[in-house]
Design a binder for this molecule. Structure first.
Ligand code: ARG
Length: 487
């Protein structure tokens, strides 16, 4: 196989500032020869940072307004810049703005097109600004927007959990520790555990959004600027809540991006744990859920198969989000102040994380809404056929004055005897119970029935039905207070 070599780019020579055949880059007055085509491709971020274009245009329009507001450019120049930038936005939305590699990045691409469109005035846009504070502004605007969208998706996911939980308050499911049957639970209680995780995810995103919402514009390349800019004005124009106090920090900081990747990783941890449970529950061995055809796939060779591809993919995609977090942490750890080109690597990590988390939240929300059917008969028998009520026997004795540790030992003997005889606790006669401890009365049978075992755990936050109803109510009022958008 032959690998085609990179074509040498032929560049338009639209102005003296921007590329011509002999001086292909905006900085080229200082340079004698053109960039090697492979290095040009290696250096360029336009193939992915085009995703920032709307934010870049909005940021530039606000910067232009600030330049006029402070008298650095005239109002007429600002209007011309604003109109040119708006035209680029329309071209992009129509699909007519497709900068090539020679543009290097979205910031140069926009500026070059602006000069083509409006001429000399276009060259004034970059006054009192550097790509370093510009790119920082763009990714903060992008991330703020994405966090808002992801938060809305988290709420939709929570809504799906609440609806499913509401249908299963009285469905019992074995609860596990060490993946060994432990104590029975209300299925709603189990599902609402994921609601709580998602609740923290939403809170975390909200907290991070505040730290994303700080404007670096005006930091310049690293040292600020000699122009009389108004940083608070431009920050307010863009909806930022604050400005960076230190220009070096302003162009070097990516803490907010790492925090976002942490929050995204935790969202994925939660989705992945739920996925793992659904995969187990859908197996023949558990048989707790049936996957609906709209959310399951078949095998190419085994006609009987119905595979849980959705939760498997979510579990699988979790790794790449963790990878992006790790990648950004390692990228940052050795960077001297201030801007270094390494920082260009933040974008693909962020973009892929955003795409992945959004896709996974959407898929899991659909799966919960229409893709799983709990097998209540199977669950009913599962909770009745084990020793998950053993703690309740110990509690029964403890409530009648036997110290819990002694009660625990007695129940250990009872379980051992049952196992030897192939019996469950409910199969013991009253005489057998009383042989272990005289405190046992007829009401022991009611006390160890699975439904009573669950109902009795009525401590705050426990699985007792009254608690679960209250938790559902609280979850609903949280969602009602700030409902997810309908679109
Ligand atoms: N494409 C660059 C990035 O993503 C923009 C900033 C470039 N700044 C510079 N000094 N080369 O980080």
């Amino acid at each position: 196989m032959t690998i085609p070599s990179l074509a040498v780019c032929t560049l338009p020579s639209s102005s003296s500032l921007f590329p011509s055949e002999s001086t292909p880059q905006p900085w080229s007055q200082r340079f004698e020869s053109a960039l090697h085509p492979a290095i040009m491709a290696f250096n360029a971020s336009i193939s992915f940072d085009i995703a920032l274009i709307e934010y870049d245009l909005t940021g530039s329009q606000a910067h232009a307004r600030m330049l006029a507001h402070t008298g650095i450019i005239t109002p007429a120049e600002a209007s011309s810049l604003a109109a040119g930038l708006e035209q680029i936005r329309q071209e992009y939305r129509r699909g007519d703005f497709q900068p090539g590699l020679e543009a290097e990045d979205i910031h140069f691409a926009v500026e070059r097109r602006l000069v083509e469109l409006i001429g000399e005035t276009g060259k004034k846009l970059h006054t009192a600004r550097s790509r370093n504070d510009q790119v920082g502004t763009d990714i903060r605007l992008y991330l703020h927007d994405q966090i808002r969208q992801i938060s809305a998706q988290v709420k939709q996911f929570q809504q799906a959990l609440v609806s499913l939980a509401a249908a299963h308050v009285h469905t019992l499911i074995p609860g596990y520790t060490h993946l060994q049957r432990a104590q029975p639970l209300s299925l709603a209680h189990h599902l609402l555990a994921y609601f709580e995780m998602a609740q923290r995810d939403g809170q975390r995103l909200g907290e991070i959004a505040q730290r994303v919402n700080v404007c670096p514009l005006g930091s310049g390349a690293l040292a600020g600027t000699s122009f009389p800019i108004d940083r608070y004005y431009v920050a307010a124009e863009l909806g930022f809540g604050d400005v960076y106090r230190n220009s070096v920090d302003g162009v070097s900081d990516r803490d907010f991006a790492i925090e976002f990747l942490c929050a995204a990783s935790l969202i994925m941890v939660h989705l992945s744990r739920l996925s793992e449970e659904l995969i187990l529950w859908a197996s023949e061995e558990f048989g707790f859920v049936k996957l609906q055809d709209s959310c399951a796939t078949g095998s190419s060779i085994m006609p009987q198969k119905k595979n849980p591809d959705v939760p498997e993919l979510v579990r699988g995609k979790t790794g790449r989000v963790f990878g992006h977090l790790q990648g950004l942490l390692v990228m940052m750890k050795g960077l001297p102040l201030a801007y270094n080109k390494d920082l260009q690597e933040d974008k693909e990590a962020l973009f892929d994380t955003v795409t992945t988390v959004k896709a996974c939240l959407e898929a899991m929300t659909i799966l919960l809404t229409e893709g799983v059917e709990f097998q209540t008969d199977r669950l009913e028998s599962a909770v009745a056929e084990d020793f998950a009520n053993a703690t309740d026997v110990a509690d029964y004795l403890a409530a009648r004055g036997v110290p819990f540790r002694d009660a625990y030992q007695v129940v250990g003997q009872i379980v051992k005897a049952c196992l030897a005889q192939g019996k469950l606790l409910r199969d013991l006669s009253l005489a057998e119970w009383q042989g272990f401890n005289p405190q046992f009365e007829k009401d022991i049978y009611g006390a160890i029935a699975p439904r009573q075992v669950v109902a009795a755990r009525n401590s705050y936050g426990g699985t007792g039905f009254t608690q679960v109803e209250a938790a559902l109510q609280e979850a609903r009022s949280h969602l009602d207070a700030s409902p997810p958008p309908t679109t």
